[in-house]
Design a protein around this ligand. Sequence first.
Ligand SMILES: Cc1cc2nc3c(=O)[nH]c(=O)nc-3n(C[C@H](O)[C@H](O)[C@H](O)COP(=O)(O)OP(=O)(O)OC[C@H]3O[C@@H](n4cnc5c(N)ncnc54)[C@H](O)[C@@H]3O)c2cc1C
Length: 299
Amino acid sequence: MRPSRINYMNTHILPRFEYYEPKSLEEALELLDKLGPDAKVLAGGTDLLVKMKAGFVRPKYIVNIKKVPGLRYIRVEDGYLKIGALTTWNDLEESEVLKYFPALADAVDQMGSLQVRVMGTIGGNLCNASPAADSAPPLLVYDAEVVLASVKGVRVVRLEDFFTGPGKTVCSFNELLTEIRVPFREGSSAFIKIARTSMDLAIASVAVRARFEGSRIEDVAVALGSVAPKPIRARRVEEMLRGLDIGSDRILDALNVVVEEISPITDIRSTAWYRREVSKVLVYDALMKACERSRGGVG
Ligand SMILES: Cc1cc2nc3c(=O)[nH]c(=O)nc-3n(C[C@H](O)[C@H](O)[C@H](O)COP(=O)(O)OP(=O)(O)OC[C@H]3O[C@@H](n4cnc5c(N)ncnc54)[C@H](O)[C@@H]3O)c2cc1C
């Protein structure tokens, strides 16, 4: 249960838990199945340990998956970019193949501090299900899927169906996210995030993937973070943008619909009003960035 008041003097103390370190995927899945909902998966720990120290979560069991082999890779296979769940932000930054996914590369560029980039994983970022998760908007515009494994087998879920609310996903207590699959798509893309500091979670973020014919938008996907209970695709905005010239006044009508698709809150990072206003600007800026990239021949 979330404490009504956090004692920050004690935030360095972890509550007690039983610790498991499976050495294979099978062992990890069996453990999660056996231990039940009182167990929590630990990957990089950059979200989980912070929450545990603040007393937001008190798992009885911790299953550290960092030593599970075969979950840390970036490869191209069957027309997909496949990313293992334990791939760190640093691994992604060093990957050559990310040049074909510029919106994801932008997000990786702006992600946290060196310490967080070394420890934090892309699987953890998605499973933590923060509305502000930086990997989510780019992966949403690329129509990514996630692979969830359990003792019963494997299922593939569209990322758009994965998040169900703040901190909530369709990943069950006995499932592990093992892989992220990103299909190669035509066009160019961009991600823009604004935050209070370079190391902070987003006040608002936007990813755009678009195919342009000159300055005409032939096809477009738009996703936003930090402005709704979960990262979202703005489907109505996409419909309105399709076929428009990027310089036309009608773009403004589409941008005004952005505020109808989001439901931002006021919190320590920003007001709902500011998030609504800035989201329109970010969608436009991300479109322009993607358009410029398409002219420069960058995917
Ligand atoms: C100083 C700081 C700065 C940060 N800056 C940013 C930022 O700029 N942008 C951003 O998006 N985030 C940021 N974060 C948040 C965090 O670093 C990222 O979300 C990170 O990618 C989480 O990955 P992890 O491996 O550490 O997850 P963990 O903390 O290990 O796990 C997070 C959650 O996911 C679950 N989980 C992890 N892996 C799996 C799996 N494979 N299958 C099922 N469940 C799993 C865990 O049980 C837990 O509930 C920041 C955090 C800190 C402390």
